[in-house]
Design a protein around this ligand. Sequence first.
Ligand code: SF4
Length: 222
Amino acid sequence: MTTIGSSPSSRRSTPIWPERELLFPLPGGWQRLIVEASACRSCPGLRGSRPVLGASDGPVPAPILLIGEAPGRHGAVRTGVPLHGDRTGQHVEHLLAVAGVPREAVHRTNAVLCHPADERGRNRRPQAAEIGRCARWLAWRLQVVDPPIVVTLGAVPLASLEQIAHHGLRLAEAAGQPTRWEGRWLLPLYHPSPRALARRPMGRQEEDWRALGALWSKVTSA
Ligand code: SF4
C-alpha cells in the first residue's frame, strides 16, 4: 500500500484525464490557471456570475485541498474566497479546529467556480453539465496544488472527481473514510452548510473530520 505523504515525483506523471487531454489547456502554473479560469464563460446558465478563484484560495502547493460545491451568495460570491464568509465558512473553520488542522495548510476551492443561482438569485445545486465543464479547472488545480490529501464536501465535488479519475465512491457509504485515489488520500465528507446539517448533524460531522485530523498527523509525521 502506498504510504501517506509520498513525494510528488512518486505519483502519476501522466495526465489525470488522458482520454480528454485535448480539452485541457497545456499544463501550467497557478497564476496561469487563475488567468484562464477567470476568463471562462463556458456555462450558458452561469453567465451572470464570475468564476471565484484567486490568490486567497490558499497555498500552492498545499498538503490539503478542500473542495466544496459552488460559491454561495452570502459567502464566496461576496468575499471572493471559497468556503468563507457565511455560516458554511464558519462551520469549516470550526471543523478544521476540531480536526486539529491549521487553516494555513488548506487550499480551498469549489467543484463549480461560478455561482449557480435560481430565478430569484438563491443558491441552487449545480447541474451535471456544469460540474462536467468545470472539472477541467479542478483537474488542473490538482496538478498545481498537488495535495497528498483531497477532501470533498458533499456529493457534488465527489461527482466532479469521478469525472477526472474513477473512484466509485458514494457519499453515504464513504463519508469519513479515507481512500487511496490517484496517488493521494481522498476523504469524502458531508457538506457543512446549515441545510446539510439536517442530514449529517454537527456531532457526526465532527467525528468525520477527526479522520482528517488523523490523516494530517500521519502526513506531518512522515
Ligand atoms: S462554472 Fe466553471 S466551466 Fe462553467 S463558466 Fe464557470 S468557470 Fe467556466
